[in-house]
Design a protein around this ligand. Structure first.
Ligand code: HEC
Length: 177
C-alpha cells in the first residue's frame, strides 16, 4: 500500500513540469512584433501604412482577407487594395500565415494601442484579457490531476487503516480479542 502511494506521488510530481510545457498563446503584441513589425508601425508609415485606427478605417472582413492574401485582392480589382498597392509603390504585402485567432489578437492589440494613445488619461491600465485567464483542459492536466487525486484518496485510506490497526493492536494487548 505504502509503495503504491509513493509511486502515485512520484508520478504526480514528475508530471508537474509537463503542465508548464503546455504553450501559452502569444499575446497580440508579441504576434504583431513577430509578424508585422518589420513593415508596419502603429503611428508611422514604414514599408506599409501605419496601422492605428485600422479597425475604424476598414471593414474587419476586408482586413482578414487582405492580410491573408493582399495580391489576390489587388488582382481581383478590389478598389481599396489596388489604391493601397499603388500608393505603397507596388510593394507586395506577403500573405501572412497567421490564424484567425492570432489575427484577432493582433487587431485587438492595434485597437487598444490606438485608444491608449488617443486618450489623455495619464494612468494607463493594461487591457485585461480575460480570454487568456482560463485555458482549455489538456491531456497534461489530466495526467497531473488523476494520479494526485488517487494519491490523496490512497493517503486517506492509509491513515484510516493505521487507526484500525492501532485499535486492533491495543485490543489484542489488552486481551480483548
Ligand atoms: C513585408 C512587409 C509587410 C509585412 C511583413 C506585413 N505587411 Fe501589411 N502591408 C504591407 C504593405 C506594403 C502594405 C500596403 C498595401 C500593398 O502594398 O499591397 C500593407 C498593408 C496592410 C494593411 C492595409 C492597411 C490600410 O491602411 O488599409 C493591413 C491591414 C496590413 N497591412 C496588416 C498587416 C498585418 C496584420 C501584418 C502582420 C500579420 C502585416 N500587415 C505584415 C507590407 C507588409
Amino acid at each position: 500500500m505504502k509503495y503504491i502511494i509513493k509511486i502515485f506521488f512520484f508520478i504526480a510530481l514528475l508530471t508537474n513540469p509537463l503542465l508548464m510545457l503546455g504553450e501559452e498563446p502569444m499575446t497580440g503584441e508579441a504576434l504583431f512584433k513577430k509578424n508585422c513589425k518589420s513593415c508596419h508601425n502603429l503611428h508611422q508609415k514604414l514599408v506599409g501604412p501605419a496601422l492605428s485606427g485600422i479597425n475604424e478605417r476598414r471593414d474587419s472582413a476586408w482586413v482578414y482577407q487582405f492580410v491573408k492574401g493582399s495580391q489576390a485582392m489587388v488582382e481581383a480589382g478590389d478598389a481599396t487594395a489596388v489604391a493601397l498597392f499603388q500608393e505603397y509603390n507596388q510593394v507586395i504585402m506577403p500573405n501572412q500565415t497567421v490564424t484567425d485567432d492570432e489575427l484577432a489578437s493582433i487587431l485587438d492589440y492595434i485597437k487598444n494601442a490606438t485608444t491608449a494613445k488617443a486618450s489623455d488619461n495619464p494612468i494607463q491600465r493594461p487591457p485585461v484579457d480575460w480570454g487568456r485567464v482560463t485555458h482549455p483542459m489538456k491531456f497534461n492536466t489530466l495526467v497531473y490531476w488523476i494520479p494526485l487525486t488517487i494519491g490523496i484518496i490512497g493517503l486517506i485510506f492509509m491513515l484510516y487503516y493505521m487507526t484500525v490497526l492501532y485499535d486492533l493492536g491495543r485490543d489484542m494487548r489488552e486481551g480483548k480479542l
